[in-house]
Design a protein around this ligand. Structure first.
Ligand code: SAH
Length: 261
């Protein structure tokens, strides 16, 4: 069968190493749902291993027509399980009536958008396993005090635990990407809902990290308006705060704002 010609604008880098492919597909937790959505299967290097696990109800979404045609030919049993389209435009709640896991060697050009879509659908997607560019994988897994700890780390870790599993060298791909890759496992923690105003939490995290070198009393001025917070947490920088401390900060700020009005 003719191989699919890799297209750069679709972030296509096909994994050649079968051991790594198998390792990714067996990294899902025991508790993960049996319904699984693979994003960007390409020529199916992960798919072939997922299909070996008969317990799984496997669905695929692939934007590239040539890859979809290749997969349907190679795995006729997938005929009705492949959505040809853009994962970012999928209405997941409509497509899936029960929780499912996400897996993939993801297209790196849309890494952040995949992660933000995960957060938006956190109650539908209890687990995600897969490969991102190493820098993104590290950022997602980073804890407070680390240079790479930022908005996506806090917003994901509010609802998910993250395990950084392993690093993958660029030469196991065709064509090789410019950067190394990292495989992570992301699975829900036990916070169903944050014990604070979730919208305000998100805003504080985003605005706070906009100027990550500044203290929170400076970077959050637009939210605090003219209230002069005394609490010592405001003398810290955003990268020093854990998720729990951001939650407490949100409650503190909500109180400050209420006192003003
Ligand atoms: N999983 C394969 C391919 C990885 S490359 C492997 O490991 O070899 C990333 C894949 O994602 C490509 O097949 C690309 O066509 C697909 N893709 C890119 N953007 C996408 C999108 N928005 N929705 C679904 N698939 C996408």
């Amino acid at each position: 069968m003719d191989r699919v010609r890799a297209k750069k604008h679709l972030g296509q880098h096909f994994l050649k190493d079968l051991n790594i492919a198998e390792r990714i597909t067996t990294s899902m937790g025991a508790e993960a749902p049996k319904m699984v959505l693979e994003i960007g299967p390409g020529m199916g290097v992960l798919t072939q291993f997922l299909l070996k696990n008969k317990e799984l109800d496997l669905h695929l979404v692939e934007i590239d027509r040539a890859s979809v045609a290749y997969l349907k030919k190679k795995y006729p049993e997938l005929e009705n399980k492949i959505v040809e389209g853009d994962f970012l435009r999928m209405d997941l709640a409509k497509q899936f009536s029960e929780p499912f896991a996400v897996i993939g060697n993801f297209p790196y050009n849309i890494s952040s958008q995949i992660l933000f879509k995960l957060i938006e659908n956190k109650d539908l997607i209890p687990e995600l396993v897969g490969m991102f560019q190493k820098e993104v994988a590290e950022r997602v897994a980073a804890g407070p005090g680390s240079k790479t700890y930022g908005v996506i780390s806090v917003l994901l870790q509010a609802y998910y635990n993250i395990d950084y599993l392993f690093t993958v060298h660029e030469n196991v791909f065709d064509p090789p990407p410019k950067v190394k890759s990292g495989v992570i496992r992301v699975y829900r923690n036990d916070r169903d809902k944050l014990p604070c105003d979730e919208k305000l939490f998100k805003r504080i995290v985003k605005v706070g990290f906009n100027q990550r070198r500044k203290t929170l009393s400076n970077s959050l001025k637009s939210i605090l308006l003219d209230s002069k917070p005394q609490n010592e947490v405001f003398r810290k920088r955003p990268e020093q705060l854990s998720v729990q401390e951001f939650i407490e900060l949100t409650n503190l700020i909500e109180k400050l704002i209420a006192e003003k009005s």
